[in-house]
Ligand binder design. Structure first.
Ligand code: PEP
Ligand code: MN
Length: 361
């Protein structure tokens, strides 16, 4: 998939000093006191550079707290003047954008529900023509990388180059320890496809609870993500939204202190050895793919033979036996059985497809 995105690297529009960008603040601004007290504590944590707050909240059902509205922007402005921290707010309509611009909000972000709707994104983008403000785009609710990139493209097309992505995980029906599945391969693929895009991980909405925040934040750092957005509240137990995932500022400080920062690049000796190991991996992968191709050719041969002799594509006994013997080989070799099973299933699925095609043509 080709993209024509022209993105300004984040360090050209926000002074990160080569460190991960840390954004924190309440899920929702609830009162002037709650916002200012939270923000004042956050301002004491040197890593925190940007205050976030939800002003208009997208809620699943009506008749519950839907945010304080425009008045909250005044509180944010006051907090910014007092602490010097930058501010960012979620926008979902052109009116939200206008209100934010009037109140000197520094950065806008688009929520997961909005990213999922290209009409809304286009409306927001059209409203931003000629405005120079950074936009952060959260991933859509479901794991659709093209839709995420599409939203970035719509903003880019109207001239916004200060763009970043926020990874907040993906909705799933399955019961998992996460509120939203991280599916790290998706933000990694986004980074591969979109040069210069910074990805900020949002562990709060991935975890949905405080217990997993530290490990998910560390994972984001280990995968060289560019920053973290973590929700914090002066008293999470009475928060009007997302109470179970917000951190008290003092606990946020502990979380940030516990993070281990590994470098993406090392010393010359390290880089030379790494280069050699990668060279070996390149060759091993080449061999792996060659062997897989040989296997698929055999599968084709068998397919033609089965067709000539009117035999079904699938023989359950053979499949069972094959899986068991390969799982044993994998185990003896020290490979993880779940991994071997998944690999065999994938190879087998493709083999069936090849033979079915032979049978039906
Ligand atoms: C939020 O950041 O509080 C929020 C509503 O997030 P999301 O759009 O990721 O659900
Ligand atoms: Mn929230």
């Amino acid at each position: 998939m080709g993209t024509k995105l022209d993105i300004l690297p984040i360090d050209k529009w926000f002074n990160t000093n080569g460190k991960p960008l840390i954004i924190s603040g309440p899920c929702s601004a609830e009162s002037e006191e709650q916002l200012l007290n939270t923000g004042r504590e956050l301002a004491k944590i040197s890593e925190v550079k940007i205050i976030r707050a939800g002003i208009w909240k997208p809620r699943t059902r009506p008749d519950i707290f839907e945010g304080v509205g425009e008045i909250g922007l005044k509180w944010l402005k006051k907090l910014k003047e007092e602490t010097g921290l930058k501010t960012c707010v979620e926008v979902a309509t052109p009116q939200h954008i206008d209100a934010c611009l009037k109140n000197d909000i520094d950065i806008l972000w688009v929520g997961a529900r909005t990213t999922a709707n290209p009409f809304s994104i286009q409306e927001l983008a059209d409203n931003l023509k000629g405005v120079d403000i950074p936009i952060m785009v959260k991933n859509p609710l479901h794991p659709d990388l093209k839709l995420w990139i599409g939203a970035l493209e719509r903003f880019n097309q109207v001239g916004i180059t200060k763009l970043a992505a926020i990874h907040r995980g993906f909705y799933t029906y399955e019961k998992t320890p996460f509120r939203n599945l991280p599916m790290w391969e998706i933000p990694i693929e986004l980074k591969r496809l979109v040069p210069n895009i910074a990805v900020i991980t949002d562990p709060s909405h991935i975890c949905g609870n405080r217990e997993l925040l530290q490990s998910v934040s560390q994972k984001a750092m280990d995968l060289a993500m560019d920053g973290l957005m973590l929700e914090s509240h002066i008293n999470p137990s009475v928060a009007l939204t997302d109470a179970s995932q917000q951190l008290e500022p003092k606990d946020l400080k502990i979380l940030l202190n516990n993070l281990v920062h590994r470098q993406e690049f090392g010393t010359e000796d390290f880089e030379n050895l790494l280069e050699k190991l990668r060279f070996d991996i390149d060759h091993i992968d080449q061999e792996l793919l060659t062997i897989l191709t040989r296997r698929m050719h055999k599968i084709e041969e068998i397919g033609y033979y089965k067709k000539e002799n009117n035999i079904t594509v699938l023989q359950m006994d053979r499949l069972r036996q094959m899986m068991l013997s390969r799982l044993k080989v994998g185990k003896d070799l020290g490979l993880d059985s779940k991994f071997v099973l998944k690999l065999l299933q994938l190879v087998h699925k493709d083999s069936i497809q090849i033979q079915t095609k032979i049978m039906t043509t």
